[in-house]
Design a binder for this molecule. Structure first.
Ligand SMILES: NC(=O)c1ccc[n+]([C@@H]2O[C@H](COP(=O)([O-])OP(=O)(O)OC[C@H]3O[C@@H](n4cnc5c(N)ncnc54)[C@H](OP(=O)(O)O)[C@@H]3O)[C@@H](O)[C@H]2O)c1
Length: 330
């Protein structure tokens, strides 16, 4: 038996509790992993609170990522003792996830822990940091290089936004960071942002086009914020969007696309192909300043994850929420 968070559904709705689970309950897969660290991501908070229909089948162990040590393997790429990480592939949505002391998964979904990161740091980065790197890679693919001008990052005090800010600064971009929390300005500047922009400037219904200001943007918010970001992107620029922290709608017009050639590029980490995954993790291990990563991390004990989830949805947590499951670091 081992501990895991379980989301159950009954006539009264869904609820999450810490449960004793059995290995026989775990889904099929060819690799059994002892989970060392996991994280609380925005999507996990949605799943745990039931605020959004993230969970597709019940009962469900939430947790869209984990890092740990292989306990048993029938997959030729992994053996007992290997240090691995996993993000996405429907974990915590359609398949039991990482908020559990043990997880059984398909080996093809695992990534070997990259050199230069320990298990705690890997989950300090987690899905949010991995997605931030995918967004940074997307801007580069679109030709948005540091010489083109300032990059706007929304939700900058959150998980994706914090890592995106640090990664962009490390690559030599000038970052303008949008936040609704002025008290986090020094934290965000410490990650490398050149200036802070008040979220209020983006929250209202804006015009189809505004002054051209940013060469590109990484947006985690959606809704009016994304619409206003698009309106202010320079001719030929790109916005990489990966999130909906402000809403799923997008009240914009085609003006930025047809008059300024702006690209809105979607970023998904869940089904991202394996080659890109490995590349992104190697780049993270190489480029992310681990001292800055340390500043982003908040330890959340496994036992208080369920209580922390609503705070995350209220935008009250900063950076990345790392959860020691076994607490093994190396
Ligand atoms: N596509 C993917 O594969 C993928 C992967 C990871 C995450 N995501 C999505 O990306 C988003 C961010 O994830 P995260 O882990 O960074 O979450 P997070 O740590 O909770 O950060 C979200 C940030 O967004 C801002 N925010 C929150 N509510 C807002 C609102 N109503 N209006 C405007 N801004 C608001 C806040 O930043 P400030 O306080 O600084 O303003 C908050 O810190 C989520 O929607 C998540 O589901 C998508």
């Amino acid at each position: 038996m081992f501990k895991g968070i379980l989301i159950e559904k009954s006539g009264a709705g869904q609820s999450a509790l810490m449960a004793q689970l059995n290995e026989a309950d775990l889904p099929d897969g060819d690799v059994l992993v002892d989970v060392a660290w996991t994280t609380l991501n925005y999507k996990d908070a949605l799943a745990i609170t039931g605020k959004s229909p993230v969970v597709r089948q019940f009962p469900m162990v939430p947790g869209i990522d984990f890092a740990g040590v292989v306990a048993e393997s029938d997959n030729s790429s992994f053996k007992a003792g290997d240090r691995v990480l996993m993000t996405g592939w429907g974990m915590g949505e359609k398949r039991w996830g990482g908020l559990s002391e043990r997880a059984r998964v398909k080996g093809e979904w695992l990534v070997a822990l990259p050199d230069g990161l320990n298990l705690r740091q890997a989950m300090g980065i987690g899905t949010a940091g991995f997605t931030a790197m995918l967004c940074v890679m997307k801007l580069k693919e679109q030709g948005v290089t540091p010489d083109k001008g300032e990059i706007l990052v929304t939700g900058a005090a959150g998980g994706v936004g914090s890592v995106a800010t640090a990664l962009l600064a490390a690559r030599g971009y000038d970052v303008a960071a949008v936040t609704g929390r002025s008290e986090e300005a020094e934290y965000i500047k410490g990650l490398g942002a050149k200036r802070i922009v008040d979220r209020e400037e983006f929250s209202g219904k804006g015009k189809p086009l505004a002054k051209e200001q940013w060469a590109g943007a990484i947006d985690v918010v959606g809704s009016n914020v994304l619409a206003n970001v698009l309106a202010g992107v320079k001719y030929g620029g790109t916005v990489a969007n990966c999130g909906l922290a402000g809403g799923m709608d997008l009240p914009t017009t085609v003006a930025p696309f047809i008059l300024r050639g702006v690209t809105l590029a979607g970023v998904d980490s869940v089904m991202c192909d394996r080659v890109k995954r490995v590349l992104a993790w190697q780049s993270l291990a190489r480029e992310l300043d681990l001292e800055k990563l340390e500043r982003m991390l908040n330890g959340v004990s496994f036992d208080v994850v369920i209580r922390t989830a609503p705070l995350m949805l209220e935008g009250k947590v900063r950076g990345r929420q790392v959860v020691p499951v076994s607490g093994l670091v190396s």
